[in-house]
Design a protein around this ligand. Sequence first.
Ligand SMILES: *Cc1c(COP(=O)(O)O)cnc(C)c1O
Ligand SMILES: [Zn+2]
Length: 466
Amino acid sequence: MSATDAACQQCIRPDCGQRYALGEALVACAACGGLLDVAYDWNRLPVPKTLADFEKFWSRRADPLAFSGVWRFYDLLPFAPRDRVVTIGEGQTLLQRADRVANYVGSNPGRLYLQYEGMNPSGSFKDNGMSAAFTHAHWIGARRAACASTGNTSASLALYSCVSRLMQAVIFIGSGKISYGKLSQALDYGALTVQIAGDFDDAMQRVKEVSQQLGIYLVNSVNPFRLEGQKTIMFRVLEALGWEVPDWIVVPGGNLGNSSAFGKAFAELKQLGLIDRVPRLAVINATGANTLHGLYNGQGVRWNDGRIDQNKIAAFYAEMDEHKRRASTIASAIEINRPVNLDKCLRALAVCNGVVRETTDQEILDAKAQVGAGGLGCEPASAASVAGAKQLVAEGVIGRDERVVCILTGHQLKDPTATVAYHTTDQEQFNKVLGARGVKRASFANRAVAVSNDLDEIVRAIQLYG
Ligand SMILES: *Cc1c(COP(=O)(O)O)cnc(C)c1O
Ligand SMILES: [Zn+2]
């Protein structure tokens, strides 16, 4: 029996539960419109006895599947035949103990860690998922793959397309809201780039329509296979902690694919008896894009064993449209109005006894500066995790001595405009880029020292400031 006989796609709504073959390219349940999972019949699959069994792959780096930080966990995402896996070496990431950031957050020394996903080939966590979605797409014979993106998904798709030479990438971006770091990647890697006059949610709507009409494979995080790849972020966190489960995972929330994948990862590990408890999950919105916060904390919407109150959600969105409220935050990667994985995220929050918070652009940029000063830079959206952790420690929800892992979702160089505007001496530049976002001060600015081109003056400046 091949591993893939024991897996299928399945609607996440318990009162539906419709199953679909792995070979189908779907973005929703055809019966009820619900999101789809990749579901496994673990009893018929070779599951490791302990997580430490995965360590045997460390010495086999010449084998691309053992080298990949996603596919060395193949046994926990066995939806495709091994010989059809597409990998470009993703998942070589780093869990760093970050005492300086711990101090900022209010955690005790040695208790706060940063999971740095910026080390992926395209510079963000999206590669974990893209490797899995690409594997599925290639396996079922797709020739073109598309996504709507705030930037990192498109950078990742473009990279996988050009390295693997298996598919043409078609990317949809909104106008104006994409950082140059990300756009430059898509263009350099040769993706067909369609810029739509609208925001992410408009692009998302269109890419769904176009994919359906032209039979293009969709790799947004409504794609259930992408989330299988993103589960491995949690496997690597556990690996780096010697297979110990931390107390908290803190993650920025945009389309909520990551938080959903994390919840699924822990639910499955628990079910398989590979961990004895699950960590708590904190999902952090930006104040300017706080749909999850509004629904979870404002409206009290919960997973509720799969009976989510969809009427409350519909009313929330109707009100949003009526008042023309559109997401707006410096953290462009989480600037999302209607998170596509909302239902799955609610399930993850139930599995992990989760909490949701929102954090302002001011807090995000200050946290980002602290992350940078601590050694690993990140893009603005990533720092929402650190800003959120700080808030939760201040509230006493996260204990100072609890072990916390903040996910740094994207590389520091993804969005240099925001970083330079924050540190700059040029008030006009600061106001132009950040002032409109309600950012008033750069609490941790590292200002450039301006001197004339004069040796004595340069020496004096260094003696004065150095
Ligand atoms: C995509 C992205 C996010 C949001 O992740 P979701 O899974 O959509 O919630 C956060 N940070 C960065 C850097 C991203 O690229
Ligand atoms: Zn269904």
